[in-house]
Design a protein around this ligand. Structure first.
Ligand code: AMP
Length: 293
């Protein structure tokens, strides 16, 4: 365990449980005692928006930083995933969060993540969209998130709408498993040109970075065109997906409009709906979405 002026870094489950016990007494009336912001680090302003909200709303805030091997496929970017721990601590300290939980992989998976018990959310949520391109990904996510909930016992946990499918699945897991906490979704933070902030953006070349805002432009185009009624939703998705895919750097994985609760694909444009996109830009996989209410 290490400590800084205001933010403590805790590396073991045992120390985390001791800390949690030390803040056991109920907080001010109406204010949640412990808020958790789970992250994989390489923190940016998207993450920090969640942390600042948690700090405003909760008496004690824990930010977890853990690049979870269970949610990466064998040919994915686990090794290449950016890790900027010292900078992360500085940002968390400035935001006023009390604890950073930073466990080693062996803390969370002492026998290896392959043989650990897993939490499996319903296939209709986990096997489509990102799940189709990243088999097992959401099982890795729900498993690690449930472990973090079990270790930290937060009253509230904050997740970004940036990962809309992930947020939907975690809400569903919480409901189905009667977890005693609130799941709060936070709107996506974007660059000026519309690109959603992501830890993976640093791996884009400068040409790819310039192109990357096309993802958000595509989402806006689908929203405007499908709601205008000039073309069917199917036509709009086809035209927009084709346009993106024809740009040399892009390889489209999906572009869909779905019901925001069930993630079932829609045949006609409606409100509310969520338009979701995933594409590879060079070697970097990017996702984004637009909630239309
Ligand atoms: P990650 O470190 O990518 O696992 O993200 C940790 C949390 O931050 C997740 O709940 C993400 O949805 C959220 N997040 C990541 N990027 C953004 C963003 N641009 N705006 C809002 N939340 C974000």
């Amino acid at each position: 365990m290490r400590s800084s002026t205001e933010t403590r870094v805790i590396e073991t489950i045992a120390d985390m449980r001791v800390w949690r016990e030390s803040v056991r007494q109920p907080g001010e009336k109406g204010k949640p005692q412990v808020g958790l912001v789970p992250t994989m680090g390489a923190l940016h302003d998207g993450h920090m928006t969640l942390v600042r909200k948690a700090v405003r709303e909760c008496r004690h805030v824990v930010v977890s930083i853990f690049v979870n091997p269970m949610q990466f496929g064998p040919n994915e970017d686990f090794d290449r995933y950016p890790r900027t721990f010292e900078n992360d601590i500085q940002l968390v300290r400035e935001a006023g969060a009390e604890v950073v939980f930073h466990p080693a992989v062996t803390q969370l998976y002492p026998d290896g993540h392959g043989v650990a018990t897993k939490v499996v959310a319903p296939g209709e949520l986990t096997e489509r969209l990102c799940g189709q391109h990243r088999p097992g990904h959401f099982t890795g996510v729900t498993t690690v998130v449930l472990k973090l909930f079990s270790i930290m016992q937060p009253d509230v946990a904050y997740f970004g709408e940036k990962d809309f499918q992930q947020l939907t699945i975690i809400k569903r897991m919480s409901k189905d498993l009667d977890l005693p906490l609130d799941i709060v979704g936070v709107p996506t933070v974007r660059e000026i040109d519309g690109l959603a902030l992501s830890s993976r953006n640093v791996n884009l070349t400068s040409t790819e970075r310039k192109r990357a805002s096309e993802l958000y432009k595509t989402l806006c185009f689908v929203r405007e065109e499908s709601l205008s009624g000039r073309r069917t939703l199917e036509e709009v998705l086809h035209v927009a997906g084709d346009r993106l895919n024809k740009m040399p750097e892009f390889s489209l994985q999906y572009l869909e409009a779905c019901d925001p609760i069930t993630l079932a694909p829609l045949k006609t444009a409606q409100t509310p709906m969520v338009i979701l996109v995933a594409a590879k830009l060079g070697s970097v996989r990017l996702i984004d979405n637009l909630l239309v209410t």
